[in-house]
Design a protein around this ligand. Sequence first.
Ligand code: AMP
Ligand code: MG
Length: 359
Amino acid sequence: MASAATQSSSHRENGSADLIVLGIESTAHTFGVGIVSSRDPYILADARRQYKPKSGGILPREVAAFFSNVAGEVLAEALSQAGLTLKDVDGIAIALGPGMGPALRIGATVARALASRYRKPLVPVNHAVAHIEVARFVTGLRDPVAIYVAGGNTSILSYSEGRYRVFGETLDIALGNLLDTFAREVGIAPPYVSGGKHAVDKCAEDGRYIDGLPYVVKGQDVSYSGLLTAALRMAKGGARLGDICYTLREIAFSSIVEVGERCMAHTRRDSVVLTGGVAANKVLAMKVASMAESRRARHGVVPPRLAGDNGVMIALTGALALAHGITVRVEEAIIRQRWRVDRVDVPWYPSTLRDLSGG
Ligand code: AMP
Ligand code: MG
């Protein structure tokens, strides 16, 4: 099936084939469709809708119902942004995991249907790999340590022997989840994020560092659930909320940057990228920058639009995979809720989308 991709490639301007891939993201709260090309301007479309719970956390079934409702319009919007039809596309990339089952199933169903109906190769993409690939693409840092921080993920990743390896991660809850849960429990959210700032950032503006919250790093791993519990207990006990927010943020960010730095030292990397939804945080970006500068290393941050979940990162990872003949048969394209990043071969490394058309 992989050869169908190259044969059906669109022929533009100078007659050489560029690869066009449509990617679908539906692992958590965002249903996204992105379209990329292997030639400048690379990103042809980026359409998405995000499920926002009225109160409390996200309910997988509600997300799935929301995704079913918006899938058609998001797809149409992406194609219209790109000025393309499905016939022009060389492959359909789908984030098969990791993520929430009911949400993943909607994206996978749409992707399978499109691949069958339009006879396009279907390309399986791991969501965490995609967060790294979009970071390597936008920052131009080809061989970095990645600090991947999101609503449901917190890990330190770097390439070694054919795969991205986990060099540290949270032992319990993710960084985004820590910030969101604390904000919700103390009544300063939703919305969790507005004007580019998390509710915890706004609350921390008049805060200062206080003693009493635990800083937990075990080997290369961080732990946030004890921090959350202690911070909530302090809030109940009447400590100033601004001070708690400031200190919680300081501890949470410093600990992940600490393990990121140690990974750079041990893997002898001279660059670091920040990716995932929490990469939009300016305070965290500054901490990463100053850590990198102290090591004379380069650093990059994924811009907010591409830091949170999106279809573009799935499409661009799909393009790399497809160019290396990685496809999956429609009947074998099953979702993988706990698909670990270090189970995925990345034979294209260190190429990025920019390398596929030779420039
Ligand atoms: P993702 O799971 O990659 O879509 O990212 C969503 C997570 O990113 C949520 O936990 C958000 O609260 C978090 N997030 C988004 N923007 C910011 C920000 N400026 N500061 C901190 N966290 C953020
Ligand atoms: Mg994500």
